[in-house]
Design a protein around this ligand. Structure first.
Ligand SMILES: Nc1ncnc2c1ncn2[C@@H]1O[C@H](COP(=O)(O)OP(=O)(O)OP(=O)(O)O)[C@@H](O)[C@H]1O
Ligand SMILES: [Mg+2]
Length: 366
C-alpha cells in the first residue's frame, strides 16, 4: 500500500448534522469540553485501557521520567481527546494540541517539537493524516529526541541536528490500520478503545446530566444509553436533545417516556438507527426481499450517494448484525427483519405477500 494514498474523506463530511453521527463539529466541541472527565478515576468504562494506562503513568511518575509515547486508536467519539488530556493531567504536564492535517510540512513539525518543554505532552490528533516528510521527522524525534533541520536546497543542503527535551507523544487515530508500521512501532503503548457497553453509557449519561443540572431517572438514562451506538459523544448529544424536549414538553425531568418521545421526534429509534439507516434497511427488505443486492442499486433505491450508504449507514448496520456485505451484494439478516417488524419471504405462509406483513411496528418504543 502506498501510504500517501490514504483516504481523507470521512463519514462526517458525507453526512454532516446527523444526530447519531459520531463526529463533532467546532460548536459541539465547545459544549463537550465541559463534559470531559478530568482524571482517570472519572473516566468511565474502557477498563483494560484504563488499567494499562494507569500502570504506564504510575511507573513513569515513580521513576520521575517522562511517560512513554501512547497511541490511542478507536472510532470517533470514544474518548481519545479526553484521554490525551487526562494523560497530561495525571503527569502534571502541560499539553500541546495539534493534528495531522495541520502539519503540512516537516518544518511545521520541527517548529512545534523545538518549542516543547521538558515532559510536555504533544497530542497529535488524526496522526494518520500527517504528510510523509513530517512522519519521517517524527520517527527520529520519538526515538532519539532529536530532529534534523535541513537548511538550504539541493547539493548544498545541510542537516543541522537539534536536540529536543524528552516529551510524551500521544497520537490519536480512528484508523490504526493506516499507520505505517515504523510509526506504529515507535509507540510504547497502544490503547485500543472499544465501543461502550450500555451500562457504561448509562453512567456517562448520569454523569453528564449532573453536570448539566438535568434531572433524570434510571430508566431515562437507560433509554438514552440504548440508542447511543456505544459512543459517549452520541449519548451526550442525545441527552442534550432530550433535555430540550423535557423542558418544553414535560416538567423538565427525563424519564423513559420522555426520552422515547423526544427521540421519536428526532427519529432515532430504539437501537439508535436514524432515518438514513432505516431507509437503507427498509429498501433492502421491502424492495429487494432482503438481498443480495448490489451497493449501487441499493443507493439508487434509497436516493443517496453510494459513498453515503457505504461509509455512513452501513458500518453501524454491519456492527449491529442487521446487514452483511457479501461477494454477491448486501444481505439483510434475520435481526433486520425482526427490527423493522417485517416477515422474511421464505418464512411467510404460502400466498402471503413477500414483505410488508406485520407493518412497521413502533420502532421508537414511545
Ligand atoms: N469514558 C468516558 N467517560 C465519560 N465521558 C466520556 C468518555 N469518553 C468520552 N466521553 C465524552 O464524549 C465526548 C467525546 O469524547 P472525545 O472528544 O474524547 O472523543 P474522541 O475519541 O477524541 O473523538 P474524535 O475521534 O472525533 O476526535 C466528550 O465530551 C467526553 O466528555
Ligand atoms: Mg478527538
Amino acid at each position: 500500500m502506498n501510504w500517501d494514498d490514504r483516504p481523507h474523506e470521512d463519514a462526517a463530511a458525507l453526512a454532516p448534522e446527523r444526530l447519531v453521527g459520531a463526529s463533532a463539529d467546532g460548536e459541539e466541541q465547545a459544549v463537550e469540553a465541559a463534559l470531559r472527565p478530568k482524571d482517570l478515576g472519572e473516566f468511565i468504562g474502557q477498563e483494560k485501557v484504563r488499567e494499562q494506562l494507569d500502570l504506564v503513568l504510575r511507573a513513569a511518575r515513580a521513576r520521575g521520567a517522562t511517560a512513554d509515547h501512547v497511541l490511542l486508536s478507536g472510532a470517533p467519539g470514544l474518548g481519545k481527546t479526553t484521554l490525551s488530556m487526562i494523560i497530561a493531567a495525571e503527569m502534571g504536564a502541560p499539553i500541546r494540541i495539534t493534528s495531522g492535517p495541520a502539519i503540512q510540512h516537516a518544518g511545521d513539525l520541527a517548529a512545534i517539537l523545538s518549542s516543547l518543554q521538558e515532559g510536555e505532552v504533544l497530542f497529535l490528533d488524526e496522526i494518520h493524516r500527517m504528510s510523509r516528510p513530517a512522519e519521517e521527522m517524527l520517527y527520529m524525534a520519538m526515538e532519539d529526541f532529536r530532529v534534523d533541520v535541513v537548511v538550504g536546497k539541493g547539493p548544498g543542503a545541510t542537516a543541522i541536528p537539534l536536540e529536543l527535551p524528552p516529551f510524551t507523544l500521544v497520537g490519536a487515530t480512528t484508523r490504526a490500520g493506516l499507520l505505517p508500521p515504523p510509526l506504529r512501532d515507535r509507540f510504547g503503548f497502544t490503547a485500543h478503545m472499544e465501543f461502550y457497553a450500555p451500562e457504561e453509557l448509562e453512567r456517562v449519561v448520569h454523569r453528564s446530566a449532573l453536570l448539566l443540572d438535568v434531572e433524570i431517572d434510571a430508566d431515562g438514562a437507560a433509554e438514552i444509553a440504548g440508542r447511543s451506538r456505544g459512543t459517549p459523544r452520541i449519548a451526550n448529544r442525545l441527552l442534550r436533545r432530550v433535555r430540550d424536549y423535557a423542558q418544553v414538553k414535560a416538567d423538565g425531568v427525563i424519564t423513559r417516556d420522555v426520552a422515547s418521545a423526544a427521540l421519536k421526534v428526532y427519529e432515532v429509534d430504539s437501537r439508535g438507527l436514524d432515518r438514513l439507516d432505516r431507509g437503507v434497511l427498509e429498501a433492502l427488505l421491502r424492495l429487494f426481499g432482503g438481498g443480495p443486492v448490489g451497493l449501487s442499486t441499493l443507493a439508487v433505491a434509497v436516493g443517496e450517494e453510494r459513498e453515503t450508504v457505504e461509509e455512513v449507514a452501513e458500518p453501524f448496520l454491519v456492527r449491529e448484525g442487521l446487514l452483511a456485505r457479501t461477494p454477491r451484494g448486501r444481505v439483510a439478516t434475520p435481526a433486520a427483519w425482526a427490527h423493522l417488524g417485517l416477515t422474511p419471504p421464505n418464512a411467510a405462509a404460502p400466498g402471503a405477500a413477500r414483505s410488508g406483513q406485520g407493518g412497521q411496528g413502533d420502532l421508537f418504543g414511545a
